[in-house]
Every structure is written in C-alpha cells, then in structure tokens.
Design a binder for this molecule. Structure first.
Ligand code: ADP
Ligand code: MG
Length: 324
C-alpha cells in the first residue's frame, strides 16, 4: 500500500502543460490566453449514487473527467487543466492504476493536464471531486440564456443507450445480456464533445450538455432564455442499440434518460450549413430536432404533429421524499 505522497507521485504527478506549474507546489499556476474568460466547473461523484462500487476503475477515471470536460464543451471552452480530489477508503494499487490510466488517457486526448488536487482517506466509501478550467473568448461562450425565438434545436450523437444500460444494471429492466453489451459503453465511456463545443463557439446561440435527460436539460435553456420550444419525436437521433425495446422504455430513455453527455444547442436557421460543417470538422453527427418559440412551454410532437402526453421527467437528486 503506497503512502499518500507515493500515491500522488505514482499516479497523479504528470507533466503540466506549457507554462504551467503542476502537481507539487502549494498552488498550481496556469496562464490564460489574453482576451479570454476562464470557464470553470466542478462535479462531485459519490459511490452508490453516481457509480457502482464494482464499476471498472478505468471507466470511472475516464467518466469522472469526461463529465467535467462535457461542461467545458457545452460552454464552447478550450480545456486548460483540471484538479482532482479523492477520498479513498483504501490506497489500492489495483484500483489506482487503472483509474489514473482512464483519467490521463482522456486528459491527454483533450490536452487537459492534471495540475493539482487533494487526497484523503475515507471511512464512508469513495468520493471523487473534479474541477476543470477552460478558456473561452469573451462574448463567445455558449450560455444557456442565449436561445432566440426561431432558432433550430440540435442534438449531437445519439440518445437513449446510457439510460437503458443504467436500468439494466439497476434491475429496473429484466436482465438482457445482449442489450447490456450493446448499451454499456455509452454509460461507462461517454465521449465529451469538446471539439464540437469549440467549433460552435461564436456560432451557436445557447448550449447545454445532456446529463439529466433531453427534456430537462433543454428545459434549462428555455427557462434561462425565457422562450419555449417544439421538439419532433420522430426526428430525434435514437441509438440503434434501442431497437426492439418496448415503446414506453424507449420514450423514457430518449426523452428523459440522463448520462448522455451529448450537446443540445440552438442556432439560427441561416447557419444550418455552418453548423453541419462545424460538426463534420469535429467528427460528430448533429441532428436538427425542433425549434425555439417565443411562447413558453416545451411540446414534443408525434409523427402526426400532435403534442405527446405523458412525458418523462428527468433525474432529480433530491426527489420530494428525500429533500433536505
Ligand atoms: P497541501 O498540503 O498544500 O494541500 P498536499 O500534500 O495535499 O498539499 O498535495 C501535494 C501536491 O500534490 C499538491 O500540489 C497537490 O495539488 C497535489 N495533489 C494531491 N492530491 C492530488 C490528486 N489526487 N491529484 C492531483 N494532484 C494531487
Ligand atoms: Mg492537500
């Protein structure tokens, strides 16, 4: 079992980025491009609530950083660096090695070096705290309050697979090893759309990453922008791995399923071609799924253009029965 300092040196001391002071001093230092704002976001991941105790540690390292990079993507920000807080039940090399590998591989992909953190023991299970820093040109950030009436609504990638995998693992859906094998990667190895977010900065209007379900997260854009929207159910990009599922399960997964980490964004109809080019350049598929309206409210239209009833709600960490 490594000591705290051996553990940090072995698993979390990596070269910092150009001009940066990374792990090893009292604070990390990093330069910020001139004319940019710092975008920062933090997430707390708690064993039993955000991940299963027996989840693959490499996937957990990846996902812990991925969900934070996804927030930078949704803001159109370029990653600068990240910090990691760990409360560990034990200092276990067999867990730390794959966890840190999963983390650093994604950090390298998006040039988001680990520049600091904190490590402590824990008597109450594993807790992971991640903070990312990014840079976005002043005035170009993709804010939630910037949707305009008449905007197209776009979604990147595909919807639904992570929710189905989650419900299969949680026992809410009957065991189905074939379906689980087809959907599990979406839940455990989400790919943050950093390149797409960068390509959309200054082009798209509002954006959000889908963590709690399309309807709930789009609802945040609409509320912040004081607008409404219509979404066409038949146009939503549904993962092929959902084929053959019961319609109720499918609908809940596509409209209400969380852990997606795709971007939902709005842009002017006159910019359709530019949006497609931005997505092509980032190597990500984007689909136009609806439009923003001046009137408040969010309607999901069926294939006949009628508003669908019984829409699923998103995930709430404090359901009414458990509010503090
Ligand atoms: P301090 O006493 O100043 O808080 P620590 O002994 O906690 O310093 O940490 C020593 C160095 O290791 C610091 O640079 C800190 O940012 C870094 N560090 C500690 N834990 C982690 C971690 N989990 N990931 C990355 N860096 C870490
Ligand atoms: Mg410390």
């Amino acid at each position: 079992m490594p000591s705290e300092f051996e553990l940090i040196a072995r698993y979390f001391s990596r070269p910092a980025g150009p001009g940066q002071l990374g792990v090893g001093d009292d604070c990390a230092l990093f330069p910020v491009p001139s004319g940019s704002h710092v975008a920062t976001s933090t997430d707390l991941l708690v064993e039993g609530r955000h991940f299963y105790p027996d989840v693959d540690p490499a996937a957990l390292g990846h996902k812990s950083l991925a969900v934070n990079l996804s927030d930078l993507a949704a803001m159109g920000a370029r990653p600068l660096g990240c910090v990691l807080g760990l409360a560990l039940p034990r200092a276990d090399d067999a867990w730390l090695a794959p966890f840190s590998q999963g983390w650093h591989a994604l950090a390298d992909t998006w040039q988001c070096p680990l520049i600091g953190g904190d490590t402590t023991g824990s008597a109450l299970g594993l807790t992971i705290s991640v903070t990312v820093f990014g840079a976005v040109q002043a005035g170009q950030a993709l804010r939630r309050d910037a949707a305009m009436p008449g905007d197209d609504i776009w979604v990147s990638g595909e919807l639904g697979a992570a929710d189905v995998a989650y419900r299969l693992l949680d026992g809410q859906l009957a065991a189905d090893p074939v379906r689980l094998a087809a959907t599990r990667r979406a839940l455990e190895w989400p790919q943050p759309r950093v390149g797409l977010g960068l390509a959309l900065a200054g082009l798209a209007h509002a954006a959000i990453d889908i963590s709690d379900g399309l309807l709930q997260d789009l609802g945040h854009i609409l509320a912040a922008s004081k607008v409404g929207a219509q979404v066409r159910y038949a146009d939503l990009p549904v993962a092929a791995s959902l084929e053959g599922l019961d319609e109720g399960v499918r609908r809940r997964a596509v409209l209400g399923g969380g852990d997606v980490y795709e971007l939902c964004f709005t842009a002017a109809p006159s910019d359709r071609e530019r949006v497609q080019q931005a997505a092509h350049g980032a190597g990500v598929r984007v689909t136009r799924v609806g439009s923003v309206q001046a009137d408040s409210g969010l309607a999901v239209l069926d294939a006949a253009g009628r508003p669908m009833a019984e829409l699923p709600a998103g995930f709430d960490h404090f359901p009414a029965s458990a509010r503090p």
